[in-house]
Design a protein around this ligand. Structure first.
Ligand code: ATP
Ligand code: LTN
Length: 329
């Protein structure tokens, strides 16, 4: 089986955007690939995190992934800081990356524009090198990510080729895998912005998997739409409705075309009410499974055996590079 790897930051509670853009696809991939999933807690601290919240979010992500159907027998699930090689390789890769490349990363540019360059820390600037290290330690072929992360995977490819040219073939060149649908679920209150778990100002626009199902229902009912009242997909001119269609389609596996037909004579209220119930029932189901996972107390064991497997691969790779660089004999 070909290897695949992806990461998620414990910067807040897992959202419906994370589910649709990432987790749902992993359920399929776990049967088709050798899948590695890790919780990127070092990436999380590039913006301030309360320590108790960070611990809770880290554990919740693991529990929610299992609740959503990831099978620890098939998937290697681990925490980034359990494998010290990530930070070590990241520094090595800093030495193979140019300032101009990091300056061009849109995620960094957006954050530095929003927060002002003087309040941006260096960790945020070198974030893509840590991500490249996360990936390159394990030689995965595919990196499934939302489209906001494509640029980082492309930079990883460039860095990997550069290192390969200098040191001989040490890294597999990974490919980003962007889902066709649901790659970018937007905020319900501002469909020009991504539904984001770390955007606290946007709680109404974001559905969390651990939201009270009735609160989530209300969030769908009050989602921003346009005044046209016709239900069809047009991302540019009808971003609100298109986003809701995408959520609907992803949670039910009914194609957007079929949904357009189904709702061709309906108004926004009817459409939203149906979707609100679908979302509510989805959350009730996930939350009951989440509770079972917590009750069964398996998370520590799953993360420990994931870390053991990951550590073996990562330490070999780092050692190989250290030798090539004259840092180990
Ligand atoms: P933040 O909101 O703090 O930037 P995030 O949720 O975007 O965090 P991660 O937690 O690392 O970032 O994302 C995990 C996965 O979920 C990634 O593959 C990411 O691209 C995907 N993802 C995140 N938000 C969305 C979204 N709104 N739509 C689709 N996919 C998403
Ligand atoms: N930057 C990613 C999370 C992430 C990741 C990775 C994804 C960190 N390291 C390695 C894939 C592979 C994000 O913000 N979603």
């Amino acid at each position: 089986m070909e290897r695949m790897l992806s990461g998620i930051k414990p910067t807040g509670q897992v959202t419906l955007g994370n589910y649709i853009g990432a987790i749902k696809n992993f359920l399929k991939y776990q049967d088709e690939y050798e899948l590695f999933i890790f919780i990127a807690n070092l990436h999380a601290i590039t913006v301030f995190q309360d320590k108790l919240e960070l611990k809770k979010n880290t554990k919740d992500i693991a529990a929610l992934y299992l609740a959503c159907g990831l099978d620890p027998k098939k998937v290697t699930l681990f925490i980034q800081t359990d494998i010290l090689e990530h930070a070590n390789l990241s520094f090595v890769l800093n030495c193979f990356t140019y300032m101009g490349e990091l300056n061009r990363m849109t995620q960094y540019k957006d954050k530095s524009q929003k927060l002002g360059e003087s309040s941006i820390n260096v960790g945020l600037f070198t974030y893509p090198d840590l991500m490249a290290a996360d990936i390159l330690l394990y030689d995965p072929k595919y990196i499934p990510v939302g489209d906001d992360q494509k640029q980082h995977v492309e930079l990883t490819r460039d860095i990997a080729s550069r290192v390969n040219n200098r040191l001989g073939n040490v890294f597999v060149i990974p490919e980003p895998l962007i889902p066709e649908n649901g790659a970018r679920i937007m905020s319900l209150s501002d469909p020009s912005k991504k539904m984001s778990k770390s955007d606290e100002s946007n709680d109404k626009g974001c559905i969390y998997l651990l939201d009270d199902p009735d609160v989530a229902k209300k969030k769908i009912m009050s989602a921003v739409t346009d005044s046209d009242a016709k239900i069809f997909f047009d991302r540019e001119n009808k971003p609100g409705i298109s986003n809701l269609l995408e959520i609907y389609s992803s949670l039910t596996d009914i194609s957007i075309k079929d949904l357009e037909k189904k709702y061709s004579n309906s108004n926004y209220g009817e459409f939203k009410k149906d979707l609100a119930n679908i979302v509510k029932n989805f959350l009730i189901d996930i939350q009951s499974k989440y509770k079972n996972v917590l009750d069964s107390k398996i998370i520590e064991d799953v993360l420990e055996s994931g870390a053991q497997k990951a550590r073996l691969i990562a330490s070999k790779k780092l050692n190989k590079i250290y030798k090539k660089l004259g840092l180990a004999s």
